[in-house]
Design a protein around this ligand. Sequence first.
Ligand SMILES: C[S@@+](CC[C@H](N)C(=O)[O-])C[C@H]1O[C@@H](n2cnc3c(N)ncnc32)[C@H](O)[C@@H]1O
Length: 310
Amino acid sequence: MKAKSIKSIRKDFKDKGIFYTPEALALKIKSYVDIEPESVYDPTCGAGSLLRVFPDDVKKYGQELDGEQLRLIDLPNFTGYEGDTLEDDGFKGMVFDCIVANPPFSVKWNAEKLQEDVRFSAAPAVPPPSKADWAFILHILYHLSDEGVAVVLVFPGILYRGQREGKVRKWFVENNYIDRVVNIPGKTFEDTSIPTCIIVLKKNKRDTNILFEDGERTREVSRKELEENNYTLTPSTYLPNEIVKEVVDIDKLNKSIVDMVLKHVENTFIQIYSLKDISDDNFYLDKLITGLEEILVRYSSERTERRDNS
Ligand SMILES: C[S@@+](CC[C@H](N)C(=O)[O-])C[C@H]1O[C@@H](n2cnc3c(N)ncnc32)[C@H](O)[C@@H]1O
């Protein structure tokens, strides 16, 4: 049987609803790894695209629910584990200097069964059963070494949603685990049409600021400002798009209104005169002139009063 190309494997996966991490995105994620790790771990490694961008001599560890994808990984120095990362942690007790992940977005998980698990009981709330996003991040935090760095691609909703997710997020901020949040607009990478964000986690931060990044723009935000914004981590809260203010020239605007009105009045006279030629009737002409005279009288006296008062 003819071996399948990576492209056709990806297409098969896509057709089945399995999403891989494109290489350019994997490289972007790796660009936030500011250490030279000896090992790297991906808890939802799929077919290994995120691990593949690290040099061959770096030890690679990955867990994946779907054995079919895991068996495609042919990387040197790779140790894989098939199973549900949240329910059955294949690397229990290990810590890593570098963790990279693109976990599934907002999937269901067994929060009730796992609420006593040491990985999830550390935070003041257990992430909701309908959305495992913060559960994956808590799992990652648990496996991160004190000097390490974790880079996770996340669904933007987890950065502002409230209730249990809000409590977990606040705990992450208060414990100073969040180093940076990066906005990734939709369609930036092949096969990633929706907007996403990258969260960088560290346990050894020297200050309590969080760096927000959106394209070329970056801004360090203090804990106080984060607190004032209810611990929202959405980059646009701190890096709003500049509002382009149109400068209105009032003199120019008034002049064009006056010109327009005068032109309109003149055109009305022209129209009425042309009617008069046909009907020889002064009715509309008289009505227009009388109406204009009334307006002129009213505003002329107003103008005189204003002049007298100034
Ligand atoms: C967005 S993909 C990541 C793809 C991977 N980075 C790659 O490029 O191939 C998310 C992966 O998480 C896996 N997954 C979902 N739930 C999981 C779980 N509870 N435990 C382990 N893996 C899981 C999915 O099977 C899928 O392969």
